[in-house]
Design a protein around this ligand. Structure first.
Ligand code: MRU
Length: 370
């Protein structure tokens, strides 16, 4: 996608063909800074500190992380250690394990001298495939949105088609396009009158900082709302559809996404608002069925809850990015980063292969699995 007229991806191989460039997402929306990752440690650290984040991007960073490890030491012991280090850097998004297993299985049978180059090629293929899958999600979701917009009663046809989204499942969460935001970009570029309600997404505010940043750069009309406003907007007919991403989807269609997604699904259900989840196939964990019981939920630092980051507006320090304390001294916090929305609350899954029911039958049919 474009930033000030220049096309960007979130991750790339640097010109030395050995190190990896990324956008530092902890500094957005106020500063566009890139970082260079030169070792497996740096890749693992970028994932755990959320310099890079979003399930598909975490997966691609993991794949490049194995390349970085193999450049330093191509032995089986180093491969296994790097796999474990990267795989544990964030536990919830299954794309990480998926990408790491894909690279590991490819390089394991190869002579040590060939491993790093093979990992480099495979990471690039994973990145390109992610872009293609996200663009396909965009096309499928756009057609669905256009149909929904056309089905509205005639007195509403001049109003924007209003979509609510939670967290950031845009191009910053992937390599390009995004998952939940891809249909929005496609719809906007095709001329559909669309408006996006952006949940701020406490505690880390990926909606207020990243989704709002992306939408502004594409010129998509949007308003940031507090996380608690969605139900109210739905009760007043101000939301035509909800669309979110997912970090792990079980084979039965339960979806695990940024904490707070479940509450939006409940409100959507109560108000008859369709609730869509957009995902590439790399987000499906075919090994598990029950999301609530089986998906590991990352618990992050309590400081993400008790403090907040922002830019100073006025005075001598205006422009500085700082963290400020919200709660009383010594106050405890608890910070589960994700929650699970059961399949029964999901109207449909929008995938790279098309739209399907959030169910084992729907997913198996779509991906032709026995
Ligand atoms: O903690 P984050 O910012 O990595 O969480 C990201 C999300 O929850 C996204 O919705 C999810 O990864 C799907 S991204 C296409």
């Amino acid at each position: 996608m474009n930033i000030d007229g220049k096309a960007w991806r979130t991750i790339w191989l640097e010109t030395d063909q050995r190190s990896v460039g990324v956008i530092d997402q902890t500094q957005l929306p106020h500063r566009l800074i890139t970082r260079t990752l030169e070792s497996c440690d740096e890749a693992a650290n970028a994932i755990s500190t959320m310099v890079v984040r979003g399930a598909p991007l975490i997966g691609v960073t993991g794949a490049y992380g194995l390349m970085l490890a193999l450049q330093d030491d191509p032995s089986n012991a180093a491969l296994s250690q790097a796999f474990d280090q990267l795989n544990s850097s964030r536990p919830t998004a299954v794309n990480l394990r998926w990408a790491l297993e894909r690279v590991r299985e490819l390089v394991k049978p190869l002579p040590e001298a060939e491993r790093a180059a093979a990992a480099r090629r495979e990471a690039a293929v994973i990145a390109d495939q992610d872009v293609a899958m996200c663009e396909a999600i965009g096309e499928h979701g756009f057609h669905l949105f256009r149909n929904l917009a056309e089905q509205r009663p005639s007195e509403r046809e001049n109003e924007p088609f209003r979509v609510l989204t939670h967290c950031n499942a845009g191009w910053l969460a992937t390599v390009d396009w995004g998952t939940a935001l891809a249909p929005i970009y496609k719809a906007h570029r095709a001329g559909l009158n669309i408006h996006v309600w952006v949940d701020e997404t406490r505690p880390r505010n990926q909606g207020a900082s990243l989704t709002a940043y992306e939408l502004a750069r594409e010129g998509v009309p949007h308003s940031v709302i507090v996380d608690n406003a969605g139900g109210h907007l739905m009760q007043h007919g101000l939301v035509d559809a909800v669309i979110v991403g997912t970090d792990r989807t079980t084979r039965c269609g339960d979806v695990c996404n940024k904490v707070g997604t479940y509450l939006k699904a409940l409100a959507a259900y109560d108000n008859n608002v369709p609730f869509y989840v957009a995902l590439p196939s790399s987000t499906i964990d075919w090994r598990i069925a029950d999301g609530v019981a089986e998906i590991p939920i990352e618990a992050r630092s309590e400081e993400e809850v008790t403090a907040i980051q922002g830019r100073i507006l006025h005075g001598k320090s205006a422009g500085e990015i700082v963290r400020v304390q919200l709660t009383p001294d010594g106050c405890a916090g608890f910070n589960p980063a994700f929650d699970v929305t059961p399949a029964r609350l999901v109207t449909a899954l929008i995938t790279d292969c098309g739209v399907t029911m959030a169910s084992e039958v729907g997913l198996k049919d779509l991906y032709k699995r026995g």
